[in-house]
Design a protein around this ligand. Sequence first.
Ligand SMILES: NC(=O)c1ccc[n+]([C@@H]2O[C@H](COP(=O)([O-])OP(=O)(O)OC[C@H]3O[C@@H](n4cnc5c(N)ncnc54)[C@H](OP(=O)(O)O)[C@@H]3O)[C@@H](O)[C@H]2O)c1
Length: 277
Amino acid sequence: MRADQPRTPDFIYGTAWKEDRTAPLTELAIRSGFRAIDTANQRKHYYEGGVGEALAAVYGAGIVTRSDVFLQTKFTYQRGQDHRLPFDPKAPIALQVEQSLTSSLDHLGTDYVDSFVLHGPSTSYEWSADDQEAWQAMMKERDRQRTRMLGVSNVSLLHLQQMIAIHGEVPAFVQNRCYARLGWDSDVRAFCREHSIIYQGFSLLTANLEIVRHSTIARIAFAKNASPAQVVFAFARTIGILPLTGTSSEEHMKQDLASRELSLSEDEVQKIKSLSG
Ligand SMILES: NC(=O)c1ccc[n+]([C@@H]2O[C@H](COP(=O)([O-])OP(=O)(O)OC[C@H]3O[C@@H](n4cnc5c(N)ncnc54)[C@H](OP(=O)(O)O)[C@@H]3O)[C@@H](O)[C@H]2O)c1
């Protein structure tokens, strides 16, 4: 464990789908107060090199140092990539993991990340032999201290149960799309609570527009002089979710961070929970 590690984050800025705006928006997010950045070595959806450019700019400007920032990246199997691969597709998966992380460290201008995440298991119905090989390679990277912690993304309860049975350990993080209609991913979150895994939720707004636009949320937001988005982020945090936002708006960056100051009563939390049945 590194002595200079940043604290576990309370809000993560996501860098997907920003292409040539990745560097300026990531820099703006850090200047606005975000101290945790999520990216992936998957050029199809992320421009990891742009995150590295933003980091170089904020380090150079003296805004933060490497140890102030929580950096998370991902290994993505070939099937989730386009032709711009960060590894040799003919290499065994374990070597692909190593090559992908080497390339991420180069993009990000660092010798370690804080969290290295398997972007998604190879199948939706089981923790496969490929996943076992990838995870073992990821554990090796943790032993080499090229990552402080490990995570998995886009997983079901079954994946997590099989993972723990096979490897005898659970990840530090789960990162999932969080649908209100699935009780805000209640079964996976319950497993995470039980095993002290930090649950990161994405698409909190975009997957739940019916909740964001609901009159109950509007009433709570009005009473607290907040926006519906802020109420959803505050709700997520109250029920134990570490939220991600990928906003491109400076105003929304400020609002999203300010939602950390918003507290909801037990009654308000119950009302929001009941909206999703
Ligand atoms: N592991 C995975 O497979 C996976 C998949 C998807 C995403 N992610 C990660 O999660 C991050 C976030 O992605 P996301 O799916 O949650 O979507 P997102 O890219 O964060 O989109 C959020 C939407 O909410 C809006 N928004 C944010 N704050 C707002 C506010 N205060 N008021 C009103 N609107 C607001 C944004 O609009 P404005 O831009 O106008 O604010 C945007 O349209 C990604 O960048 C990525 O890092 C991971």
